[in-house]
Unconditional design. Sequence first.
Length: 263
Amino acid sequence: MRVVIQDDYDKMCEWAANYIADKIKAHKEDRPFVLGLPTGSSPLGVYARLIKKNKAGEISFKNVVTFNMDEYLGLPHEHDQSYWYFMHDNFFDHLVDMKPENINILNGMTDDPEGECARYEEKIASYGGIDLFMGGIGVDGHLAFNEPYTSLTSRTGLRNLTTDTRIVNSRFFGGDPEKVPAQALSVGIGTVTDAKEVLVLISGHNKARALAAVVEGGVSQKWTCSALQMHNAAIIACDEESCGELTVDTYKYFLDIERGERL
């Protein structure tokens, strides 16, 4: 696992955006570059910088296919808290050359959740898998809507959301946890770790315990993001605030490794 520590959230986002842009530009295969994407506050700074690069002509999304991590069950596209709405409002609608047909988001209004999830997995496979999956984690270390104790080999499926997750997300629903959907469709941990590369963003003091568990703890269903320890090309991009629970030796180790790579 590679851990890239930056001074603050802005520098973390700048690093991550540059990394993703470089990967897209270096992609020379006939097939599209397949990019997995998250919602939430963590990636907003990355999206803003990718948009800026796209508008400046530094990067093209013409040959990029995207798959989003998750979607609330029961929210239509036009609902301002659906993840379809979030992605278009914060990212896709601002790109000058993103093809609508290359955008893939789980359908939260499906009458057949199991069938929808199976089709999603099949479509990912039809492109030869995901090249780079970007994600964020919750304070309990969950990745996408894979709550603690979700199988680390799970595939895209229906997820029941914990009370804690609904309380955290209630800030987007007028502060009422009961207005937060109780279920969602989500890629599985196995879906994410099947990607050639995984890049997870972790920022803020409230994520410090999760970062320490993911980096220094054992692989455990309690911290579903800890599955990244078993991935050959997993990267965590984090800021100083999120490193508060790391041991000093671990912190210094990753700073030293990155310093060596820059030389």
